[in-house]
Design a protein around this ligand. Structure first.
Ligand code: SF4
Length: 179
């Protein structure tokens, strides 16, 4: 009899500090048990260049800040069955959205001219284009599961992934909080 294929997992890093990915890694030895139930097919943690044709569960860390983020997010959404907004930046915009009261010109001027001691210039040829406002993931695409927290605890991430790979929808009502 053919062996049943394990569900696939992916993680994607948009505008975040990587703290949510670090919390994912903090699952520690439970990662081994998780690896027996699911296969990590795409992530900053593995050497995969192209997002696969279809992934069962994708975690998104970070807010949507650039045109590149939007393109990546739309591609991931169309190739993912269950999309999870991981952490406050993905869920609300959180830290990256602190630039929203300012224009893009003001932000870039501050970062590359006023705060630079050498070579003051905006590197417009090499940077993705900043959007006028930072938005959470659900402002651009449908999200199936929201995990608040900055970062969410490893225990909460493990709970969500375990439920999803076993075919259940996680109930986070008493397991997570913002901040
Ligand atoms: Fe970093 Fe917090 Fe944003 Fe996660 S939610 S990417 S830990 S700032």
């Amino acid at each position: 009899m053919a062996k049943k294929q394990k569900p696939t997992l992916a993680t994607v890093w948009l505008d975040g500090c990587s703290g949510c990915h670090m919390s994912f890694l903090d699952i520690d030895e439970a990662l081994i048990a998780l690896a027996e139930k699911a296969t990590l097919v795409y992530s900053p943690l593995v050497d995969a260049k192209e997002f696969p044709k279809m992934v069962d569960v994708t975690l998104i860390e970070g807010a949507v800040s650039t045109d590149e983020d939007v393109a990546k997010l739309r591609k991931v959404r169309s190739h993912t069955k269950i999309l999870v907004a991981l952490g406050d930046c993905a869920v609300t915009g959180n830290v990256p959205s602190m630039r929203n009261p300012f224009t893009v010109a003001e932000v870039t001027e501050r970062a590359y001219i006023e705060n630079a001691t050498h070579n003051q210039q905006v590197p417009d040829l090499t940077l993705p284009k900043l959007l006028p406002k930072v938005r959470p993931v659900h402002a651009w695409v449908d999200v199936d599961v929201f995990i608040p927290g900055c970062p969410p605890s490893a225990r909460t991430i493990l709970y969500v992934l375990t439920e999803l790979v076993e075919g259940r929808m996680p109930d986070l009502s008493d397991k997570s909080r913002f901040g």
